[in-house]
Write a protein that binds this ligand. Structure first.
Ligand code: FES
Ligand SMILES: [Fe+2]
Length: 494
């Protein structure tokens, strides 16, 4: 099935049609669900209270009058991390997320049986426009120190609930098959993954995501996620993600989906920042950049590869992410702990909002990659040249037969790297390093007009190296064929 057949935004789909589309690797924008306005308004009120508490009543008034999507003009980027923690710590927001998940699962998707939800206080996502965010001095590392304390408190609260109810009603598995699965998963443990990251240093050409080493030092207000699958972070398999747009989600700051990877056996790589991301060396497919109107929910299945789009819009983007799980089975390789308990839809339907179902990861491993194909790995063409470009002096790169129509090639010179693409317009060349976080573009998708960064999906024009953000540009080079050889002659600098 072509990707385009799987994608639907039609408003009047039936719930079974929506589920069918999601199961086939499509996405859906839900514009009607129970209590939509009320729940969205509650989240907005909590955000406004946080703004008032942290920056005063006048700031709140200005944000209310201009709209949350313009809050970067009034509320300082340096206080965004504190606002985030204020919202995540709000009992009201926890309840809203749970209510939303229940309403969508039971009311909109009409899930037939018991399903599970998290009281997920960790999925409030706020980002400022890049040019404002990068000025902030508060880093991701600063934020994570405070966030761990909040998370520990909430986990403690969950544990207390579990103990007080003593309800463990999810069947534990203890078959020999499961024990073997645990043993094999330990073999492929975090240590092996970290070692494989270390080994990557030996091949500089493939260090696509090397720029992410510095993520801890990036401003929190500019936080973005590179391509990943939520089960890599411990979310149960088979879940449905609810990406709820509170304010300002456009195609230049929202979620980016890669549906052409859906249903394939992709594994992750642990970075030094101990995040789980797509390994380098896998060429990304076409990115789908999804604008979501305020209050609507973007739905997609758990194994959809997705990332954030770097916020290159003029808006503050606010989203809340929740998940619904038809079952509680986990990725045996996941390295990040999840919450300790889950709410059952059966309990909520009975009016019991307190009870938690426990499903320890080690007792509930799911099956990975059965009957799944590995992703197609594009032929990697790369050339290393022990020379540097001198202004106006052409340099021979390689045999021109190396690059076929539609392909791209990485040329690494002594002090710069270049992507050369052959397409219907002939040969085009741009610098290989994304000007956001230094990610190598060789793994990015390209078409006739643009190359897309595999990190956070910024599109760079192949014609002039520009993007939709005036601060992010690539250098353009002129490459030409001569006597079956490629030559490069730099003609333009920014
Ligand atoms: S590294 Fe973020 S857009 Fe390129
Ligand atoms: Fe995610």
């Amino acid at each position: 099935m072509k990707t385009t057949d799987r994608i639907t935004n039609k408003k009047a789909e039936t719930s079974s049609k929506i589920l069918e589309k999601l199961n086939e690797g499509g996405y859906f924008i839900l514009d009607k669900f129970k209590d939509k306005e009320k729940l969205s308004d509650l989240v907005r009120q909590v955000i406004l209270s946080g703004i008032e508490k942290l920056e005063g009543v006048e700031c709140r008034r200005l944000v209310e009058s201009d709209g949350l999507c313009k809050m970067h003009q009034h509320f300082p980027a340096d206080k965004l991390a504190d606002l985030d923690l204020f919202v995540k710590g709000s009992p009201c927001v926890k309840e809203v997320i749970l209510q939303l998940s229940f309403n969508v699962g039971r009311g909109s998707l009409k899930l037939p049986d018991e399903f599970f939800m998290e009281e997920n206080p960790f999925a409030f996502k706020i980002s400022y426009p890049h040019q404002v965010a990068v000025e902030s001095k508060v880093t991701n590392a600063d934020y994570h120190q405070k966030y761990s304390a909040l998370r520990n408190r909430i986990t403690l609260e969950e544990n207390l609930k579990l103990r007080s109810k003593q309800k463990i009603n999810y069947p534990k598995k203890s078959s020999i098959g499961n024990l073997l699965k645990i043993a094999s998963s330990l073999k492929k443990s975090i240590f092996e993954k970290i070692l494989s990251f270390g080994r990557s240093d030996q091949n500089q050409l493939l260090e696509t995501y090397k720029g992410f080493d510095r993520i801890a030092n990036q401003p929190y207000a500019a936080k973005v996620h590179q391509p990943h699958i939520d089960s890599w972070y411990g979310a149960p398999l088979e879940g449905i993600s609810l990406w709820w747009a509170i304010e300002g989600a456009t195609e230049n700051n929202g979620v980016v989906l890669y549906p052409d990877f859906f249903g394939q056996a992709i594994d992750f790589q642990v970075t030094e920042a101990s995040s789980s991301y797509l390994p380098f060396g896998i060429t990304l497919t076409k990115p789908y950049k999804i604008p979501v109107p305020n209050g609507n929910i973007l739905l997609f299945k758990y194994d959809m590869l997705h990332s954030s789009h770097l916020n290159i819009s003029d808006f503050t983007r606010i989203a809340v992410v929740a998940q619904i799980y038809p079952q509680l089975q986990f990725n045996p390789d996941a390295i990040h702990a999840r919450g300790t308990g889950f709410h059952s839809s059966a309990d909520i339907a009975r009016g019991d909002w307190e009870n938690l179902v426990q499903a320890p990861i080690e007792d509930n491993f799911g099956v990975l990659f059965e009957n799944k194909q590995k992703p197609h790995v594009e032929r990697r063409i790369s050339v290393r040249i022990k020379a540097d470009l001198l202004e106006g002096i052409p340099i021979c790169l390689c045999d021109s037969n190396l690059l076929k129509n539609g392909e791209k090639m990485l040329v690494t010179l002594q002090s710069e790297s270049i992507i050369v693409i052959r397409n219907a317009r002939g040969l085009q060349a741009v610098s290989a390093i994304c000007s956001h976080m230094g990610v190598n573009l060789i793994d990015g998708f390209h078409d006739e007009q643009n190359i897309y960064c595999p990190g956070h999906a910024v599109a760079y024009s192949l014609a002039d190296g520009s993007s939709n953000c005036e601060f992010l540009k690539l250098q353009v080079y002129q490459v030409y064929d001569h006597n079956q050889k490629f030559f490069e002659k730099r003609t333009m600098r920014f």
